[in-house]
Design a protein around this ligand. Structure first.
Ligand code: GLY
Length: 395
């Protein structure tokens, strides 16, 4: 065969590939570099106005003042974790230094057995820090934290207990708890303690069995007896026991996507996809893809949005698309991109000096308790930057 007979089709294939790649690149709707530059300015201000590392930036008060928390609150690890994402993108040493300082400020929580939130509190800061720097000081904190979390698993029930008490029930488990399993699977892999992996799978399987409705949505709280029988299905932060609290759906989508990555058990991928489809196809999801705080909130459309749920889902979808057939993968990517476009727009993204220098506006922490309603939330910023990093990697 003449060389040109091979060369011409090969060249054509390369050109087609190149032109489809550049078309995709041109169609990108978010300038990740610009968004990280903007985040850097805001977080620099937040660091300046907030030097005390025993008070962790969380949200704002109704009068607009900054609201911070002690290290034992479930959100306290997110500030350091957000700084790790700044370091991951920019590679600038000042972000590493600040992230390390705010991470180390959480280390006493490794011994906290009174909360199920150690994944959020420790894996987000120390796990990201260890992934990015391999700092050997971070590893024992994570391993101790995983053992502390495992003390909340009762083998008779087959689940990690979330809260110590809820509405008179002694073994409540919330869907959010799925997020804490990543600390356990990491610790199992790192230490060789396979009990932690088995425990995660048991928790996830029982949650799969008891938390979900046939339409793919999840209850918020399932209350068990001490033998693992379901006593009640309820809500704490949602509009009603049988409603679909937006952030609960987000934790389910993210949690099962993450656990599919960790275990490769297909039932987790299927559940993530089913809940994602419930979320994305819901008639009450607005066109900008930022959900109301509850899909069944009684006053829709005059209800607050929860931008934190959108940030979590955007990040989750950008991972889930990797595990999905082509048509669905495209649908998930497009939905995530729309969420990021909205979150980066003036409608949801604060300007420098506004919003106490948190990045994202219009979140809801707990509407029934009237706390942090239409406010920034530190974890919205964290998952927003994570989603931007994942979006950036798509190219
Ligand atoms: N994990 C509590 C919340 O999502 O508000």
């Amino acid at each position: 065969m003449k060389r040109s007979a091979v060369f011409v089709p090969a060249l054509a294939a390369v050109l087609t590939l190149f032109s489809s790649f550049s078309a995709t690149a041109q169609k990108r709707k978010i300038n990740v570099q610009q968004e990280f530059a903007r985040a850097g300015e805001q977080l620099t201000q937040l660091l300046k106005t907030h030097p005390d590392r025993t008070k962790f930036p969380y949200s704002t008060r109704p009068d607009g003042a900054l609201k911070d928390t002690k290290s034992e609150w479930w959100t306290s690890g997110f500030f350091g974790s957000t700084l790790w994402y700044m370091y991951e993108y920019t590679k600038q040493p000042q972000w590493q230094q600040a992230a390390d300082q705010w991470t180390v400020a959480m280390q006493q929580e490794q011994h906290n057995t009174g909360t199920h939130d150690l994944g959020f509190m420790l894996y987000c800061p120390f796990g990201n820090g260890y992934r990015l720097t391999q700092n050997p000081a971070y590893k024992p904190v994570l391993l101790t934290g995983a053992q502390s979390l495992a003390t909340r698993f009762n083998p008779q029930v087959g689940l990690i207990k979330s809260w110590n008490d809820f509405a008179g029930y002694k073994y409540p488990v919330i869907i959010d708890n799925m997020m804490n399993l990543e600390l356990l699977t990491w610790a199992a892999r790192t230490s060789g303690d396979s009990t932690l992996r088995r425990l995660s799978i048991t928790h996830a399987d029982n949650t799969l069995k008891n938390h979900f409705r046939p339409d793919g949505s999840t209850f918020h709280v399932v209350c068990y007896d001490d033998k693992g029988q379901v006593l009640a299905r309820k809500t704490a932060q949602g509009a009603a026991d049988n409603s679909a609290w937006a952030r609960g759906q987000a934790w389910a989508i993210y949690g099962y996507t993450m656990l599919y990555r960790e275990t490769k058990l297909d039932r987790y991928r299927q559940q993530a996809r089913k809940t994602a489809d419930f979320f994305l196809n819901h008639p009450n999801l607005p066109a900008d893809k930022i959900p109301y705080w509850d899909f069944n909130a009684p006053g829709i459309p005059k209800e607050e949005r929860d931008a934190s749920a959108a940030a979590i889902v955007a990040s989750a979808l950008l991972e889930l698309q990797q595990y999905s057939p082509a048509a669905d993968a495209k649908r998930y990517r497009q939905a995530a991109e729309q969420m990021l476009v909205s979150l980066s727009s003036p409608a949801y993204h604060a300007t420098l000096g506004d919003n106490q220098n948190f990045l994202i506006k219009h979140c809801v922490a707990h509407k029934p308790a009237k706390t942090e309603v239409d406010a920034p939330l530190v974890y919205a910023d964290y998952y927003y930057l994570e989603a931007l990093l994942r979006y950036d990697r798509l190219k």
